[in-house]
Write a protein that binds this ligand. Structure first.
Ligand code: ADE
Ligand code: ZN
Length: 320
């Protein structure tokens, strides 16, 4: 089986964590390869998620103007094409791109227009997910979800919460997720990554997402695994990222295979290809080597992903 040739779907991919050396050096020629390797790529084992996330700052610092955002979007699509990704949901936090005077609306408009152009140029289908962040205020979360609403019927398709799950509670963000629910805005949420099963339960209860980013620690509670299965809550799983953030010592200890065998809807993602130093091709290869996954499992994950994607049924049908 030639993994590189398999069509792939990626639902969990942070725009600001996926800058290639090519685009970084084009934006800031003073950054040489050694500096890129040291500052943008995390060590194979980080202390924890918060440690891992210190690298994300490097990415969004270079994404503060129309030209920079546009270059980064096109760079990412080039990488997606190289892993034969046919559909991707790309996420970013618009409020992290205001340092050089862009308004939140302009950030989303620029990124959306670049996405539309990149879809046309590469043939890779895509949508955007706007993220609030755990350390944001209630007002910032509300502003972010309202941006999703303002960009309805464009490439902007959903709402997420990212950043340090262990460091900040959910309280500030409940109203934004309620707003999303009231306005039929598709939602996902990072949970069960830096915290355990109680975090997944509270995320489901208070945010009501149809998908969970990571969610892998759900495996620790059989009742939660059953709940995910029975309610078709989809897990966006990013195996190498979880090993790097020190959730698991090795890839072999990752519960993706157990969750798959329990019938939970899930798919394979990179999360942060630059920080993790991975590609979707590499993730597939690891799953093949470590768990013996093959066409059957990869195809099933793609089916689950298409069903869980934040797209109209006509596009779902086209991807199947
Ligand atoms: N932002 C980028 N990668 C992330 C992760 N794995 N968890 C939370 N926020 C993130
Ligand atoms: Zn993530």
């Amino acid at each position: 089986m030639n993994i590189a040739l398999l069509p792939k779907i990626e639902l969990h991919l942070h725009l600001d964590c996926g800058l290639s050396y090519e685009v970084v050096s084009a934006i800031d020629p003073s950054i040489n390869k050694e500096a890129y390797d040291n500052d943008f790529i995390a060590p194979a084992k980080c202390y924890n998620l918060a440690d891992f996330l210190t690298r994300a700052v490097k990415g969004f610092a270079l994404m503060q103007t129309k030209e920079q955002l546009t270059l980064v979007v096109h760079d990412l699509f080039k990488q997606l094409k190289a892993s034969n990704v046919i559909y991707a949901e790309i996420r970013f936090a618009p409020l992290q791109h205001l340092e050089q005077g862009l308004s939140p609306y302009e950030v989303v408009a620029i990124t959306e227009a670049a996405t539309a152009a990149a879809v046309k140029a590469t043939g890779v289908e895509a949508r955007l997910i706007l993220c609030t962040l755990r350390h944001f205020s209630a007002a910032q979360s509300m502003q972010t979800v309202q941006l999703v609403q303002q960009f309805a019927n464009t490439y902007v398709a959903g709402f997420d919460i990212a950043a340090d799950e262990a460091g900040f509670p959910i309280d500030n963000h409940i109203a934004a997720f309620q707003y999303a629910k009231a306005n039929n805005i598709p939602c996902t949420a990072h949970a069960g990554e830096a915290k355990g099963t109680e975090s997944v339960w509270e995320t489901l209860q208070y945010f009501g997402p149809t998908r969970i980013g990571h969610g892998v620690r759900s495996i620790e509670d059989p009742a939660l695994v059953k709940h995910l299965h029975d309610n078709q809550i989809h897990l966006e799983i990013c195996p190498s990222c979880n090993v790097q953030t020190n959730m698991y010592d090795t890839y072999a200890q990752h519960p993706i295979d157990q969750l798959y065998k329990a019938g939970v809807s899930l798919n394979i993602n990179t999360d942060a290809p630059t920080i993790v130093n991975t590609t979707l091709n590499k993730e597939y290869q690891q799953l093949q080597q470590v768990f013996g996954w093959g066409i059957k499992e990869f195809y099933q994950c793609n089916l689950y992903a298409v069903k869980a994607a934040f797209i109209p049924s006509a596009l779902q049908q086209k991807l199947l």
